[in-house]
Design a protein around this ligand. Sequence first.
Ligand SMILES: [Cu+2]
Length: 454
Amino acid sequence: MRISRRRFLKNAAIGMAASPLTSLLWLGSQRVGLQNVKNKLKVPKFVKADGYLMVPAPNVSDLGGGRFSKVWAYTTFPGPSLTARSGDTVSIRLVNKLREETITHWHGVMVDTANDGGPQEVIERGEHYDYQFPILQRAAMNWYHPHPHMMTGEQVNLGLAGAFVIRDDEEDALSLPSGKYEIPLLLRDASFDADGNLKYVPDDGGFFGDVPLVNGTLSPTMKVDKGMYRLRILNCANARVFRIGLSNGQQMVLIGNDGGLLTQPVGQSQIVIGPAERLDLLVDFSSLAAGDTVVLKDFSTGWELLEFSGSGFAGYSYSVPPNLSVIAPLDGPSDPTRVFEFMGHNLINGQSFDMDRIDFSVPFGVVERWQFYAVSAGPHPIHVHGASFQVVSRVGGRNQVFPWERGWKDTVLLNSQETVDVLVRFDNYRGRYLLHCHNLEHEDMGMMSNFEVV
Ligand SMILES: [Cu+2]
């Protein structure tokens, strides 16, 4: 361990010192009561992943209404939405301009060990890391974030995260809403110091912030035309589970999740999304009159996440097709191949993470049934590197597999007292990968395991 738990907590508690400029702007806007004003939603730009120069560094960001905060950013907060197509080869250079080590992980993107951005691959300030990998998988919204051991929670919380969108011909053929009608929405929570800078206050149970942020915007609002929108949602909060839905009870049409399109669309009025999970939603605003509003809410807290305000203009008219894709169910064993018990805030099967220890080996190309179980300290969003999986059962607790957990997943929410079985086949690469809890404080404290595909 290169950094002690004591130093991890101390660093985090210090947070970031305020600059006179940002403090002035922040306090000024609070004085004029801007905290009650809606701010125009920022939409991270789509940028081609191939050739992207990724430079995580301290920065400032306008969270809305001229309220500048100190953040850590991949250029912008959140980072740009990187795009690539199935079959592309992507080259990205990471240059570390933070004051500490980092590495970038491509969450949900199927890459080999050297490109996976695990904690073994960290680079120091001033160093660079060159990634190059082919895009092997179907269209999906993945994402990127730092993955250094014991500092992931801090780095993500201070602003380092962005979407990684893969496109393919199958998805193109559906003519889904695109351009200004396709909106990535990165949901998280945040806390601030007196000067309005992002403040990371870790806790064994996870970081829980005071307010929501959507695409790095406080109290966001977005003008919508009368038509269909594709909302591509990522929960990039450290630990918070959202239960999202529209304030008027209107159904959202769920068309995809972590690993891309579902087989069929399904209407949902509320959907639970844990840390690191993604949702692909179609929302029809064709009956929203000019000036009328509807709000995307978190029904767990009652938070208003994002206001949609009708423009009155004609938008993209779209009828959702009855079939979206074909997903062959994995054919696997009915008894668990392996059982993983997530214990307390930091243990998997009684062990905490050791960078140099490989905990188990998995045969390449074989379907295994992995069973995740938690007695307490949940929810634990369980994430597997190196392959997508299919959720086959949940016993205890909520006792069902939800529509948004069908298809291909790379992260599944495990509440206390739940047993979740997934089928998984590692058929991309042999090599070392990670299984871990994506509550980032749990992860940083060691709820993570190395395994090897052989
Ligand atoms: Cu956990």
